[in-house]
Design a protein around this ligand. Structure first.
Ligand code: SAM
Ligand code: DTB
Ligand code: SF4
Length: 332
């Protein structure tokens, strides 16, 4: 049964179970709803890098921090399509385009993104974007172009949020998520662990996600990539076991969502990643780069899939959101 009324105490009880019990329970829930061997591969492409006006303490792309990220303007259509084709050839069923924008503006850049969404959708891939805040009208335009999913993370608990970002509020994030939901786009929303938050903040984030009237279809769990030049550059690395508990708890309380083992895999062994898959993670980012930081090499992941007996999840399998943009009937 899918619930939307979790208390923090209930979630804490799950999170704090003896680890072996927690993994077993999460694995059991996972098997009820998914083929446990199937893992979705999504390729990320930073279509506009750096120079962002926001102050997200973890982010190497914020203009105000002195990081090694080299800013680039919005890529052109051809460059993006070539990347999408390469991602598809390497077995990714989802292609996610990220832009270091605070919000989408109605200008030629957004027009270009809309055009690219149409073209990549026509390649038969699930297209995802993460472009910052969106209004209702922009969300509808993306949906009509065929956009399948939109990534917009809450990052942490409502209480800890203001220690990480001051230039926009939790409420702003929730508003965008509502606009995405209303447009009929699949929601990809999760957060980051290892930013110095308490266990109660990880539980608080999971509670916000699990109590949405409709759970996000995809829940990325990122481990902080501490980047030199950002305020979190010296943040002590979080224990792997906390990441695992976060993933397992997400799986149990959001049984039908894809749980994505996101940033932080370069720091994990195959054995650790295998525990995450056992505990219900069923999606990863593929390719040797996330947006600006490294990710395991393609060949390394291929070897891991073979070793663990995993297989790639095909595009649009088990989708609860209509695939075809034609199903949006409201006019703009
Ligand atoms: N600018 C848009 C936004 O903030 O929504 C889209 C791109 S932003 C880079 C996408 C997400 O990447 C963030 O919400 C955050 O959760 C994640 N992220 C960014 N930097 C990270 C880091 N150093 N470690 C882990 N996750 C990170
Ligand atoms: C998400 O939750 N993680 C991805 C994706 N959504 C856009 C991004 C991770 C970024 C890690 C830091 C970087 O590479 O710049
Ligand atoms: Fe900008 Fe997004 Fe990075 Fe925040 S996370 S600084 S909004 S690119």
């Amino acid at each position: 049964m899918v619930r939307n009324n979790w208390t923090r105490e209930e979630i804490a009880e799950i999170y704090n179970k003896p680890l072996m019990e927690l993994i077993f329970e999460a694995a059991s829930v996972h098997r009820k709803h998914f083929d446990p061997l199937e893992v979705q591969m999504s390729t990320l492409l930073s279509i506009k890098t750096g120079g962002c006006p926001e102050d997200c303490a973890y982010c190497p792309q914020a203009a105000r921090y002195n990081t090694d990220v080299k800013g680039t303007p919005l890529l052109n259509e051809e460059e993006i399509i070539q990347s999408a084709l390469a991602a598809k050839a390497n077995g990714s069923s989802r292609f996610c385009m990220g832009a270091a924008w605070r919000e989408v503006k109605d200008n030629v850049h957004f027009d270009r993104v809309v055009e690219v969404v149409k073209k990549v959708t026509d390649l038969g891939m699930e297209v995802c974007c993460t472009l910052g805040m969106l209004n209702e009208h922009q969300a509808k335009r993306l949906k009509e172009a065929g956009l399948y999913a939109y990534n917009h993370n809450l990052d942490t608990s409502p209480e800890y949020y203001e220690k990480i970002i001051t230039t926009r509020t939790y409420e702003d994030r929730l508003n965008t998520l509502e606009n995405v939901r209303k447009a009929g786009i699949s929601v990809c929303c999760g957060g980051i662990v290892g930013m110095g938050e308490d266990k109660s903040d990880r539980i608080g984030l999971l509670q916000t996600l699990a109590n949405m009237s409709q759970h996000p279809e995809s829940v990325p769990i990122n481990a902080l990539v501490a980047v030199e030049g950002t305020p979190l550059e010296n943040q002590e690395k979080i224990s792997f076991w906390e990441i695992l508990r976060t993933i397992a708890t997400a799986r149990i309380i959001m049984p039908k969502s894809m749980v994505r083992l996101s940033a932080g895999r370069t720091e994990m062994s195959i054995a650790e990643q295998a525990l995450c898959f056992m505990a219900g993670a069923n999606s990863i980012f593929a390719g040797d780069k996330l947006l600006t930081t490294p990710n395991p090499e393609f060949d390394q992941d291929k070897m891991m899939f073979e070793l663990l007996g995993l297989k790639h999840k095909p595009a649009f399998k088990d989708c609860t959101i209509p695939k075809n943009s034609m199903e949006v009937t409201e006019t703009l």
